[in-house]
Design a protein around this ligand. Structure first.
Ligand code: SF4
Ligand code: FES
Length: 238
């Protein structure tokens, strides 16, 4: 039998000087397999057209729908309302990122700044001849690169990170994972000293306090703990 659920969401528009943070409460009938994406879409369509939240893929791929759900940073499209036995769900925008409105935050600008900060691209340090056959990469190395490339830039690791809250320029687990991805990629010719120049400080690898909430909340189950430890060892030696 379907039940009634109660969703409470922060409403606030920082670009409207008359707006004050308030909580809005919505009651709706739960349907089988209902995710928070579905619930929020129903609320926006039939109860509150003004409620803002972000979704693109509905499949845990685009990384747009991160929010704090009953105290934990999660993807709304991958969260079933049935997980909450008392039917009460409280939604807040992800902290650390710039609030756009209600549940919508600007992860894009943060990720762009992080990408520039860690030079998030391959530096081959040679002219690539596209007419030549590509260099062979060992399958286990390629597999490791693909594994780390699964990051969807959702920002949940950043939102759950104490250092990111205290240091606004901290590159976060997402940034450290990105550097590890290029460090193991044989196409990238940067040395560990080059990577040290990028992340060998408190806004980089030495800012991490090893609380590791990042790994607890990463929806792609990336090995953030082991990659941060790996990069820290490399940077200490560099
Ligand atoms: S590392 Fe995980 S939690 Fe962090 S941005 Fe990437 S997918 Fe999201
Ligand atoms: S809507 Fe794309 S990850 Fe949730």
């Amino acid at each position: 039998m379907s039940r009634e659920i109660t969703i409470t969401a922060l409403k606030y528009n920082p670009s409207d000087k008359n707006s004050k943070p308030t909580f809005a409460e919505y009651k709706l009938t739960e349907t089988p397999g209902m995710t928070l994406y579905i619930a929020l879409t129903k609320i926006k369509a039939s109860i509150d057209h003004d409620l803002s939240s972000d979704f693109v893929c509905r499949a845990g791929i685009c990384g747009a729908c991160g929010m704090v759900i009953n105290g934990k940073p999660r993807l709304a499209c991958k969260t079933l309302t049935s997980e909450f036995k008392d039917g009460k769900i409280e939604l807040l925008p992800l902290p650390t990122f710039k609030l756009i409105k209600d549940l919508s935050v600007d992860t894009g600008s943060w990720m762009k700044n992080m990408s520039i900060r860690v030079n998030s691209w391959i530096e081959a340090k040679e002219q690539i001849d596209i007419n030549k056959i590509e260099k062979r990469v060992e399958p286990e190395v390629a597999q490791e690169v693909f594994e780390l490339d699964r990051c969807i830039e959702c920002g949940l690791c950043v939102a759950s990170c104490s250092t990111a809250i205290m240091r606004k320029d901290f590159v976060g687990a997402v940034g450290l994972n990105r550097v590890a991805r290029f460090q193991i990629d044989p196409h990238d010719k940067r040395t560990d000293s080059d990577f040290y120049e990028l992340i060998g400080d408190d806004e980089g690898i030495f800012g991490c306090m090893s609380l590791l909430a990042c790994e607890d909340h990463c929806p792609k189950n990336l090995p953030l703990q082991s990659k941060i430890a790996y990069m820290r060892r490399k940077m200490v030696k560099a």
